[in-house]
Design a protein. Structure first.
Length: 254
């Protein structure tokens, strides 16, 4: 899975009815978000179990749901989603694609960090948004407070608005929904929230020995990092030096 899920969705009617009142940030919403931010930053690390659901009724794309978990410590994280993994030590990213037996590694990209990736789910509202307090509502045997977020520069992002549900008693995010401009609704829901865990020193370090037989490709240069594991390709030419086939090292034609 090469791209991280986008999250979040909210009703078009709600977006329309709130749009005229956005003018300034709601002090009550800011206070609630500040409490969530302060609580989140007080933890040494955080471990989340979550689900991601994606649906686009406009394009007749049915709802699909995936499950995953992530451990976060500062800028470092280890994400597992539907059999694939993504590890970041804060400087580099390793994207492990199990079905393809490929690991892509790249420098942490500012554009990727600006995206709505799981490690930003907890603090993404801190900049670039105007927000207003929504209603309180029951959700999975608890009462949550809704906060509505709108991008300060709508042309710079692929979504129109975000609905954030927080647990006001624990100052934790419960779910986050995005309404994409193309009609895609994406929802992140946190099912388990743990903090200050006793983690191993290598929790955010990619260890090639844990992935025997995987090709490791540097996405920044396109080069194979571990040549002995990388598939080699040979061109097959006819008598006139015309290319007639390309075969991998295991004899398979492309």
């Amino acid at each position: 899975m090469k791209s991280e899920m986008k999250k979040i969705s909210t009703s078009i009617l709600l977006v329309f009815s709130m749009f005229m009142a956005i003018g300034q940030t709601d002090p009550a919403a800011k206070a609630a978000l500040d409490k969530v931010s302060e609580t989140t930053k007080s933890y040494t690390n955080i471990a989340l179990d979550f689900s991601v659901s994606l649906e686009n009724k406009k394009a007749n794309i049915p709802s699909t749901t995936m499950s995953g978990n992530i451990v976060i410590s500062g800028d470092k994280y280890h994400l597992k989603l539907e059999g694939n993994e993504q590890i970041s030590d804060g400087e580099r990213i390793w994207r492990i694609l199990a079905d393809d037996k490929v690991v892509e590694t790249m420098a942490v990209d500012e554009m990727e960090e600006e995206g709505l990736t799981p490690n930003r789910l907890l603090t993404m509202y801190e900049r670039g948004f105007k927000y207003r307090m929504g209603e309180k509502m029951p959700f999975r045997n608890k009462e949550v407070q809704l906060i509505l977020l709108y991008p300060e520069d709508p042309s710079a992002v692929p979504y129109g608005s975000i609905e954030l549900a927080i647990d006001p008693n624990k100052n934790q995010i419960v779910y986050l929904k995005e309404l994409g401009k193309d009609g895609t609704e994406t929802t992140y829901e946190i099912s388990t929230f743990r903090s200050d865990l006793d983690l191993k020193e290598d929790s955010f370090t990619f260890n090639e020995n844990n992935y025997p037989g995987f090709e490791v490709i540097d996405a920044d240069t396109g080069e194979c990092v571990n040549p002995t594991a990388c598939t080699k390709y040979t061109e097959v030419l006819d008598g006139n030096n015309n290319l007639i086939d390309i075969k991998s090292s295991d004899g398979k034609s492309l």
